[in-house]
Structures are given as structure tokens and as C-alpha cells.
Design a protein around this ligand. Structure first.
Ligand code: PLP
Length: 393
């Protein structure tokens, strides 16, 4: 943004404004089209101007947008029940963003610790994790750049490496104040790093053994993106606490923390709250998003289309040392190069693709879940030459 912009300079946005979108395509002010492989950072589940979502939102706006949590409403119960049914968990608290859902999870963990008689409860968190930018969630985040300048950090976090079962076992032996384990099923901002299924199962076992809450941040990887409702379901486990946001309402701000049996009664009247959380426009968007995903079979498609993209990139660069790894699940894909590649964002835009680079060397693809085979092939045909030009090949 130019120095004269009235916005604070927290982002350095591309000098490109989109006028509208249609399906998986975005159009700039001059009418040029771009294939969207980012979905507003894993938000626009149904792409742009999905007829059912647009109609539902129009209708809801004409009816009522917000009444507050001081009044019940069947839409709020409906979306909560949908999440309960699909997660096998018990109760939901609605908020407005990922960090708010994670903040609620951290509060639940502390309540659980206090209930167990621990005066200074600790939560296990992870290297390279990202949980948001409030003081508590940036303290839980495993990236010094996110924390710098905001010290003192919120205490009560113990950090371990991902997928290291021995490190978690050591915490169990040495830290009696631990009350929860908090991790992303697939780290997003950290570089598309999946928690291995065996690791998630071992974390579940340790949580059961030590009366810790297993809290899985599904803000980025949840809501069908990986081909299951929630990414942890690939490991056949169930968390005690699951924060959600991003794709849940296809672009309308929403957050939710879903709690299982061991955490569902920790909050009581007055112990947590939010003005906008559970607003009826977001609830309608969430209900419609889930209904459309099911009616159009989008999760199954996400799994297949994601596999098609990953295998095409893998075979295009088989044996090439410049492409270190292609990983992910469904439509949450990371292509790790052997060198920094932030410049690929601009080059991709010039080629008509919207994508993202995270952890400096990882091309991150998070397309809308309406992506089909044709979109996938267009993406690979456009992206592969850009990668080849970058790594030589
Ligand atoms: C895993 C995860 N948790 C939390 C957040 C924070 O969400 P929000 O930006 O909505 O506060 C993000 C955002 O990227 C995320 O990827």
C-alpha cells in the first residue's frame, strides 16, 4: 500500500484489486481473470457468487442480521448441531475469527487445569505453530517474528517439536502442571506440516492417561478442506476441544470452539462471551455452506482433486532436487522448494494464478472446495513452468 494509504501498514498487499468473482475465478478491475488457489486464505469454501449461498445471504439480510446472544435463535442451534453431529463432540461456542476460537480454547484449558487443582496450568504448544495474533494466541504461536515487540508474552505454554512422541512423553514425566496439548492437525502458516496420524493417536493416549485436554486447531485445515470434515478424523481420534473459523461460513466472519464431553461444561453463564459471535448472517452462511458441501459432494471431490494436483506436481518434478517435498491432504497443499520463493506470488499473478507462499520456501495452495479437475489441470499447467523457472529444470 502506498505510504499515503490511510490503512495501518500491517500488510503489504499486492497492488491489485478484484472487482468480483465467479466460481473459482476472480476478475480484476480491467476484467482480467485469475484462477483462485488461495480462497481468501482458506475461507471461500464455495468460491465466489455460489447461487445458493448468495440467495441465502440475501434472504437472511432482508430478514434479520443480528440480535445478540441475549436471545435464542434456531439458526444458531442448527449450525451448532451440524458441527456436533459431524464431529461427534457435544457443545459449541460461536465467535468471529480463528484467534477468538483459540483464545476460548486456551481459557477452557486453564479452567480444566484449575478444576484439577493446578494453580498455574501449562499448555503444550508446538514449534512452527500458528494460532493467531491476540496476546495469548501469539504466545502459543511458534514463530518469533509474530511475537517480536509484544513481550511480555502470556505465560503457561511449554513448546515441543511436532511429531516427536518422545518429547511429549518427557513433558508428561517432567511437567506436572500441564493440562492440555494444543496443536494444528496440519500446520498451515508454518509450512503445511501434517501431524502424523500415529503422533495424534499417541497425543490422544497421553491426554487420556494424564487428564489433559487434547485441543486441535482446525481453523485452517478443518471444514472439509482435507476431504474429511475435520483433518484429525484421518487419524481416527476425537479431540476434547476443536477451534474452527475460516471456511466455516464461506467468507462471512465466523469462529467456533467445539467441545467434547470433558470440556463442554467448563464454561458457564458469564464465564465467556462476545457481542457478534453467533450472529445470524454468519449462522445462515455456515448452515448453507455445510448443506451445499454435502449436496455437491465437495469433500470427496476435495480429496480427489487435491491428490490429482499433488501427483501431477510430484511427477513433473520427480528426482528434481529443487522441489524438496509435495505434501498435504485434499485441498491443503504445500510445495516446498530448496530456496526462498516469495517472488512466485507476483509471478503467479502475472500468469493468472492467485496463490501464497508461506515459511518462505513453501508454495501454499488452498483453493475453494468447488475446484474440479479442469481447475486442477489449469493450475498445474500454469504453476509447473513457474516452479521450473525458479529451480531450473
Ligand atoms: C491454524 C490457525 N489458527 C488460527 C488462525 C487465526 O485465525 P484468524 O486470522 O481468523 O484470527 C489461523 C490463521 O491463519 C490459522 O491458520
Amino acid at each position: 500500500m502506498a505510504a499515503s494509504s490511510p490503512l495501518m501498514s500491517t500488510y503489504l498487499p499486492q497492488p491489485l484489486a478484484f472487482s468480483h468473482g465467479d466460481g473459482a475465478w476472480l476478475y480484476d478491475m480491467d476484467g482480467r481473470r485469475y484462477l483462485d488457489c488461495l480462497a481468501g486464505i482458506a475461507v471461500n469454501t464455495l468460491g465466489y457468487n455460489h447461487p445458493r449461498l448468495t440467495a441465502a445471504l440475501r434472504e437472511q439480510i432482508g430478514r434479520v442480521i443480528h440480535t445478540s446472544n441475549l436471545f435464542v435463535h434456531p439458526l444458531r442451534d442448527q449450525l451448532a448441531q451440524m458441527l456436533v453431529d459431524r464431529s461427534g463432540m457435544r457443545n459449541v461456542f460461536f465467535c468471529n475469527s480463528g484467534l477468538e476460537a483459540n483464545e476460548a480454547a486456551i481459557k477452557l484449558a486453564r479452567l480444566h487445569g484449575h478444576r484439577r487443582g493446578i494453580a498455574t496450568p501449562e499448555i503444550v504448544v508446538y514449534e512452527h505453530a500458528f494460532h493467531g495474533r491476540s496476546l495469548a494466541t501469539l504466545s502459543a504461536t511458534g514463530n518469533p517474528k509474530v511475537q517480536k515487540g509484544f513481550e511480555p508474552l502470556v505465560p503457561g505454554f511449554v513448546r515441543v517439536p511436532l511429531n516427536d512422541a518422545e518429547a511429549l512423553a518427557r513433558v508428561a514425566r517432567e511437567r506436572p502442571n500441564v493440562c492440555a496439548v494444543f496443536l494444528e492437525a496440519i500446520q498451515g502458516e508454518g509450512g503445511i506440516n501434517p501431524a502424523r496420524s500415529e503422533y495424534l493417536r499417541e497425543a490422544r493416549r497421553l491426554c487420556d492417561e494424564h487428564d489433559w485436554l487434547l485441543m486441535i486447531d482446525e481453523v485452517q485445515c478443518g471444514t472439509g478442506r482435507t476431504g474429511r470434515w475435520f483433518a484429525h478424523q484421518w487419524a481416527d481420534i476425537r479431540p476434547d476441544v476443536m477451534p474452527l473459523a475460516k471456511g466455516l461460513a464461506s467468507g462471512i466472519p465466523v469462529g467456533a470452539v467445539v467441545a467434547g464431553e470433558r470440556a463442554a461444561d467448563l464454561f458457564g453463564p458469564g464465564s465467556h462471551g462476545t457481542t457478534f459471535g453467533g450472529n445470524l448472517l454468519a449462522m445462515r452462511a455456515g448452515v448453507t455452506t455445510i448443506e451445499v458441501m454435502e449436496d455437491e459432494g465437495l469433500m470427496k471431490r476435495a480429496a480427489a482433486v487435491g491428490e490429482r494436483i499433488m501427483s501431477a506436481i510430484r511427477s513433473a518434478f520427480a528426482g528434481h532436487p529443487g522441489v524438496v517435498d509435495v505434501r498435504g491432504q485434499g485441498l491443503m497443499i504445500g510445495i516446498e522448494l530448496d530456496r526462498p520463493c516469495d517472488d512466485l506470488v507476483e509471478k503467479a499473478l502475472a500468469a493468472g494464478l492467485v496463490l501464497n507462499v508461506t515459511a518462505s520456501k513453501v508454495i501454499r495452495l488452498l483453493p475453494p472446495l468447488i475446484f474440479d479437475e479442469e481447475h486442477a489441470d489449469h493450475l498445474v499447467e500454469t504453476l509447473a513452468p513457474l516452479i521450473a523457472a525458479k529451480v531450473g529444470g
